[in-house]
Design a protein around this ligand. Sequence first.
Ligand code: HEC
Length: 119
Amino acid sequence: MRQIATALIGTLLIGSTSSAKGLAPATPQMLELGKSLYATNCLACHGEKGDGNGPAGKMMKPKPREFASADFKNGATPEGIFKSISEGLPGTAMAPFAKKLSDEERTSLAHYVLKLRGK
Ligand code: HEC
C-alpha cells in the first residue's frame, strides 16, 4: 500500500514540474533557436520584426498580431504565448503548433516573441 502511495506521489510531482507552470528560462541558445524557428514558421505572417506585416499576413482578417501590441488574448507572458503557439487561436489564421514543434521549440519561440516585443 505504501509503495502505491509513493508511486502516486512521484507521478504527481513529475506531472507538476512538466506542466506549463513555469517555462525554461531564456538563455542565449534558446533565443537563437527561437530566432531560426521564427524565420521558418512565423515570419511569413508576423513579419521579420513581429509587426504583423509579413508578406502572407497583409490580406488577413484578423491581421497577424503585432507583438508590441498590448492585446494578447492569452497574456503577454512566456506561458501565455506558449499556449497561443501550442493551441493556436481558433477562428483565425493562427494555427496550433503543438504537433509540429516540440515543447522546447515552442518555449524558445515564446521567448523570442517577447524579445521582438522589446520587453
Ligand atoms: C498563417 C499565418 C500565421 C502564422 C504562420 C503564424 N501566425 Fe501567429 N497569429 C496569426 C494571426 C492572424 C494572429 C491574430 C489572431 C487574432 O487576432 O486573434 C496571430 C496571433 C499570434 C499571437 C498572439 C496570441 C495572443 O495571445 O493573442 C502570437 C504570440 C503569435 N501569433 C505567435 C506566432 C508564432 C510564434 C508563430 C510561429 C510558430 C506564428 N504565430 C505563426 C497568424 C499567423
